[in-house]
Write a protein of this length. Structure first.
Length: 235
């Protein structure tokens, strides 16, 4: 039977698919962390009073969001290797250097995640009522205190729904890094289907695994949104 191909142990590919799922989750978490880190500087840059800083940030988000995600991965994977080999040649090494697939995959998907997270965070920051900031200043609160007590909590609340969507995008974009050779869900499904000549079985299994991850993630973000909205009066 086809389902026997998904059994655990030596007679099936179940354990390999589960390990690939763990790799997918690790890449997704790494990429999301990188994306959030980028979004901090991206948001600050987009809200900067310096025009050239805003132009640089706008260029980054426009380019990343304007070209296919797969192309971003290709550019960083092959471009990164060329850059490292070019640097190595300056020190007299002329061999071929291939970057770690997990690292480059995480940074590539993280760069994509960062562009979308930047726009989410910028929108959340602009959603904070300016009147509350002015009121805080009028009672003598410092900029740091205003950020901790007023700006940050509300930015987080406004940003959570958008960041949940970015996480789902990041999770699914990890399927594209199979081109780097990293054995995540899609790569493992491709290898297994080629070995058993049962592509439908393994691609359905891959879809099921992604669905589990996205559904579970959605529930977590729903809980976080409820936590972020606690105490907020609903009209």
């Amino acid at each position: 039977m086809e389902l026997e191909l998904l059994a655990l142990g030596d007679n099936g590919w179940g354990d390999e698919m589960l390990r690939a799922t763990l790799v997918t989750l690790m890449v997704s978490l790494s990429a999301m962390g990188i994306g959030l880190f980028i979004s901090i500087f991206g948001t600050i840059s987009k809200l900067s009073k310096k025009k050239y800083v805003r132009i640089l940030a706008d260029t980054y988000t426009t380019v990343i969001r304007g070209i296919p995600e797969l192309l971003v991965i290709y550019l960083l994977f092959f471009g990164g290797s060329n850059a490292v080999m070019g640097l190595a040649k300056l020190f007299g090494y002329y061999g071929y250097i291939e970057l770690n697939a997990f690292v480059i995959g995480s940074f590539a998907v993280g760069a994509i995640s960062g562009a979308y997270s930047t726009e989410v965070m910028r929108g959340a920051f602009l959603s904070v009522p300016i009147g509350q900031i002015d009121a805080a200043k009028s009672v003598g609160m410092s900029k740091l205190l205003i950020f901790i007590r007023i700006t940050a909590p509300q930015v987080l609340r406004y940003a959570l729904p958008g960041l949940g969507n970015v996480w789902q995008l990041t999770l699914k974009d990890t399927a594209l890094i199979m081109v780097t050779g990293l054995v995540e869900i899609m790569r493992q499904a491709h290898v297994a289907s080629g070995s058993t000549y049962s592509p439908f079985t393994f691609y359905v299994a891959a879809a099921f695994l992604y669905l589990i991850l996205t559904t579970f993630s959605n529930r977590i973000f729903n809980r976080l949104e409820s936590w972020g909205n606690r105490g907020v009066r609903r009209e």
